[in-house]
Design a protein around this ligand. Structure first.
Ligand SMILES: *Cc1c(COP(=O)(O)O)cnc(C)c1O
Length: 467
């Protein structure tokens, strides 16, 4: 660092190119230095100076120290903007794919922090000192909560489905209704995952109607069939002229034909969501009871845990999945496993409201409304005009599609250009706030606010409105 550039000029005068240390010392980089650190910032400065040299060789004038520093500062902002940050979700979508699906809450965060800071007894039995089974507590808890004989946890549900099909049906036919050949988003398409697993897809029925007789005929024509796969239609809804066999009838057919009934259940509800007025998201227990031999689901959808996938069902079949070489490649990481165990412990203890997803889905509408009224009152005291409005949120995460989640929120009205400015200030503030911008209003749905977020949200709105 330090030498003014004089060599290799190719004719252009590079002597005016600022020195690295002078750019670093410029006041416009003070904040970036604190947030990114000197080493990272130095790399950005060197890169900016290289670009400046190229530009000067191309005939551009030499930039000043100030100009280079401003360019680096803008670049640093963009770099920081790509880093995952804690945000306030005021969209009303409880399981927001772009916001990491289920938030984990304070209880799980404490367990995570304790474990992350040190070593963890993840594969040791502390009572005997001998090697223990990774994930044993989570798997036993899932059995207890679902009524299944055995379970296995993996990296996500896509991994669970891949492993289940690969271990139990590779090289053989698997029968799937054409109405269930779904795409979940993010590249998960049932036919493609099936092809990768080595199982052969046999399509039956039609997009809107598949009858039990369609499955029976397909099994007649495919003597090598290993299984019927039933896939949850979570992220879309078919209405009108539609038909799908009863789960129990399909299980009976599978038993009669001596093939397995495998299920991709999607969400993995532990509690009955029907009792909360949310239909179309059957619980894991109800799937096991209806006769699925193996059920796969995500642990970060309606279950409300960290990213993960679970395979639950008949002990011999889960054992075959566990023995498959892919199981090691797809295993759940240490920190998500710790988070999953803490989440499942809360279910076992009946402490549903410490699971933020459950708290958001269970919150009575009257309490949601009262929360919106408190925020509106607080804003009014600070001179910010808003109104309390009735809203329809969503469960999200491919669950309860099209079924609005009744909610309340606070609405800000503003002119078009001003609206965009306020929304941007909210996004780039600290903490960033993500509301819904709709029909000339900014809507803050309070159902998806976590404990302790009311005050920071209110402060963020006030500062975004006042500029
Ligand atoms: C969400 C979903 C998946 C993918 O689960 P991930 O945990 O995101 O990998 C697969 N199948 C169904 C039916 C789903 O809803």
């Amino acid at each position: 660092m330090g030498e003014e550039e004089t060599r290799g000029t190719g004719g252009a005068d590079l002597r005016g190119i600022p020195r690295v240390d002078r750019v670093l010392a410029n006041p416009s980089l003070t904040q970036a230095k604190q947030r990114l650190g000197v080493a990272v910032l130095t790399r950005l400065v060197r890169r900016a100076l290289d670009e400046a040299r190229d530009a000067v060789r191309g005939g551009a004038p030499c930039p000043s120290v100030e100009e280079v520093a401003l360019r680096v500062s803008a670049h640093a902002e963009r770099t920081l903007g790509t880093r995952a940050r804690r945000v306030i979700n005021a969209t009303g979508v409880v399981l927001h794919t772009n916001l990491g699906r289920a938030p984990l809450g304070a209880r799980v965060a404490e367990a995570l922090a304790r474990s992350a800071a040190g070593y963890t007894s993840i594969e040791i039995d502390l009572a005997t000192g001998r090697r223990g089974r990774r994930g044993a507590f989570a798997e036993d808890a899932l059995c207890e909560l679902s009524g299944a004989e055995a379970s296995l946890v993996v990296n996500n549900n896509a991994a669970a489905v891949l492993l289940m099909l690969g271990a139990l049906a590779a090289g053989r036919s698997v029968v799937v209704s054409r109405g269930e050949l779904v795409e979940i988003g993010g590249g998960f398409r049932v036919p493609e995952v099936m092809a990768r697993s080595g199982a052969r897809l046999v399509e039956v029925g039609t997009t809107n109607k598949t009858r039990i007789a369609d499955y029976a005929r397909a099994l007649d024509a495919a003597p090598d069939a290993a299984a019927i796969l039933r896939v949850h239609q979570g992220n879309f809804r078919q209405v009108g002229f539609v038909e799908r066999p009863e789960h129990r009838a399909l299980a009976a057919l599978a038993r009669e034909r001596k093939v397995l009934l495998l299920e991709d259940l999607g969400g993995g509800a532990i509690v009955d969501l029907e009792s909360l007025g949310l239909s179309g998201e059957p619980s894991v227990r109800s799937s096991v009871e209806a006769g699925s031999d193996v059920v796969c689901f995500s642990t970060d959808k309606v279950l409300g845990g960290p990213q993960g996938g679970a395979i639950v069902g008949r002990a011999d079949l889960v054992a075959a999945c566990r023995k498959d070489p892919l199981a090691r490649a797809l295993r759940l990481g240490r920190l998500p496993l710790v988070a999953l165990e803490a989440t499942l412990a809360a279910y076992l203890e009946g402490d549903l409201d410490v699971i933020p997803t459950m708290a958001a889905l269970r919150a009575p509408l009257s309490a949601v409304r009262a929360r919106a009224e408190r925020i509106q009152g607080e804003l009014a005291r600070e001179g910010v005009t808003s109104s309390v409005v009735e809203l329809g949120g969503a469960v999200g995460g491919g669950a309860c599609a099209e079924e609005p989640l009744p909610s309340f929120g606070v609405a800000l009205e503003a002119a078009g250009g001003e609206l965009a400015t306020i929304a941007e200030r909210l996004r780039v503030g600290e903490p960033p706030v993500l509301p819904r911008v709709q029909e000339g209003r900014i809507l803050f749905d309070v159902r998806t606010l976590l404990d302790g977020e009311d005050a920071p949200l209110t402060a963020a709105i006030i500062s975004a409105v006042k500029g």
